[in-house]
Unconditional design. Structure first.
Length: 370
C-alpha cells in the first residue's frame, strides 16, 4: 500500500527496474518488492521485461556509462565501419548498423559477432541463413551470379575480383559497389543488311553471322561499354574492307576465303575486348535485280553450252564405236554371221518370221547360215 512519501514497485522474476531520481539514472532494481522514499514525487521506476533481450531506451548511453549493466547485458558500441550479427538462443536474429545497443543475457543466450564492414563484400559461413532474415535488405545488398556467368566486382571504380556463380552480399552505405555479370557461353549475332560495293562496282546486300564467347570477364567489362556492339562494328567495317577489295566473280567463287580473311582481321580486336572469335560466316548474298537477271542469263548460256558439248561428245563416241564394229565385222566373216544370227533370233522372239525362198541355191545358203 502506497503512502504519500513511499512508492511501491513489484518486479517479477523476468523483469528489471530502471531507477531514476530527479531524472538521473541511479541503478537497477532486481526481482522483488521495493518501497522507495519519494515525498516530492521525484522517483521514477521503469519496469522492463528481460524476455525481450534488446534494451531500448532514450537514455541508454547514460545507463551504459553507469556500469549498471555489467554482467547483466552485452553492450555494443558500433563504429561507422562496424556491423554486428546477433544470435538469440542459437538462432540468427538480425544485423545491427552503427550505434549503441544493449542485450540482456540473464534469461536468454545472446551471441554477438562484430564485423568490419570496410571490406564491403560480406563473407560468412552462415551467409544463406543471414540473407533469409527479415530486414536484411536495410544493411546488405544481395547479388546473384547466374549459372554459366561470371560476376565482376568493382568498388569505388576499382576492380576487386571476379565471382563464380552463387549469391553474394555487400554492405550498404560504405562504398559505391558495381556488380556486373558476363555470360561465358557461346553466343552469336547477325551482321544483316550490309550494302557493300565490290571492286568492279557491283553493289551487294550481305548478311554475315558471328560466333564468339567471353574469355576475360574483367576485360570485357572494362574495355568497352558494350563489347558486343564493339565487336559488331569491327565485323561490319572488316566486311566492307574485304569485300570491297574483290571483284564479284572472285568473291562468289571463294566465299570461304573471304570468311577466313574476315576472321583474321577481326580476331585480334576481339581478343583485346576480352572475347574469343569462334567463327565468321557469310550467310546470304543478294544481288541487284538487273545483275541477277544477267547472272541468270550467263549461267543459262554456260549450262546450254556444256549440255551441247556433252551431246557432241556422246555422238562422237557412238560413231567411233560403230566404225570400230564395222571394221571388226569386215575382217571376220564368221563374226558377221553370228551377228546376223543374233538379229534373226531377236526378230523371231518378238514377231513372226517368214522366210521366202525364190532364187536357186538360196535355201542351201539359209540352211548353211542356220
Amino acid at each position: 500500500m502506497n503512502t504519500p512519501i513511499l512508492k511501491y514497485v513489484n518486479i517479477r522474476s523476468y523483469e528489471i527496474g530502471l531507477y531514476f531520481r530527479n531524472r538521473e539514472f541511479k541503478g537497477l532494481l532486481a526481482r522483488g518488492r521495493h518501497w522507495l522514499f519519494d515525498p516530492w514525487s521525484k522517483v521514477r521506476v521503469e519496469v522492463v521485461s528481460m524476455r525481450e533481450p534488446w534494451l531500448v531506451h532514450e537514455k541508454l548511453d547514460v545507463i551504459v556509462k553507469s556500469g549498471a549493466l555489467q554482467d547483466r547485458a552485452v553492450v555494443l558500441d558500433l563504429k561507422d565501419y562496424e556491423r554486428a550479427l546477433v544470435w538469440i538462443e542459437g538462432r540468427f536474429s538480425h544485423i545491427l548498423p552503427p550505434g549503441l545497443y544493449a542485450y540482456w543475457t540473464t534469461l536468454r543466450a545472446v551471441k554477438v559477432e562484430v564485423i568490419d564492414a570496410r571490406k564491403v563484400r560480406f563473407v560468412h559461413t552462415d551467409l544463406r541463413v543471414i540473407m533469409r532474415s527479415t530486414a536484411v535488405d536495410r544493411v546488405l545488398e544481395i547479388g546473384t551470379v547466374e549459372p554459366h556467368h561470371v560476376g565482376v566486382l568493382f568498388v569505388d571504380g576499382d576492380f576487386v575480383e571476379t565471382l563464380p556463380p552463387g549469391r553474394y552480399a555487400f554492405w550498404k552505405n560504405l562504398a559505391t559497389v558495381k556488380f556486373v555479370q558476363e555470360d561465358m557461353r557461346e553466343a552469336m549475332f547477325d551482321v544483316a543488311g550490309q550494302d557493300i560495293m565490290t571492286a568492279d562496282k557491283v553493289t551487294l546486300r550481305m548478311n554475315a553471322v558471328v560466333t564468339y564467347r567471353v574469355v576475360d570477364a574483367r576485360q570485357a567489362v572494362s574495355v568497352a561499354d558494350d563489347v558486343r556492339q564493339a565487336l559488331y562494328r569491327e565485323v561490319q567495317l572488316a566486311l566492307r574492307a574485304v569485300v570491297g577489295a574483290r571483284e564479284l566473280d572472285s568473291f562468289l567463287t571463294d566465299k570461304d576465303a573471304v570468311a577466313n580473311e574476315l576472321a583474321e582481321i577481326v580476331r585480334p580486336r576481339a581478343k583485346s575486348l576480352g572475347l574469343e572469335l569462334i567463327s565468321v560466316g557469310i550467310r546470304d548474298i543478294i544481288l541487284p535485280g538487273e545483275m541477277k537477271d544477267l547472272m541468270n542469263k550467263v549461267t543459262e548460256a554456260k549450262k546450254a553450252a556444256e549440255a551441247n558439248l556433252i551431246v557432241r561428245r556422246e555422238e562422237t563416241a557412238a560413231m567411233r564405236s560403230q566404225v570400230n564394229t564395222a571394221k571388226l565385222l569386215q575382217d571376220n566373216p564368221t563374226l558377221m554371221r553370228l551377228r546376223e544370227l543374233e538379229v534373226l533370233e531377236k526378230i523371231a522372239a518378238t514377231s513372226k518370221l517368214n522366210v521366202l525362198l525364190g532364187e536357186k541355191g538360196l535355201a542351201d545358203r539359209v540352211v548353211n547360215l542356220l
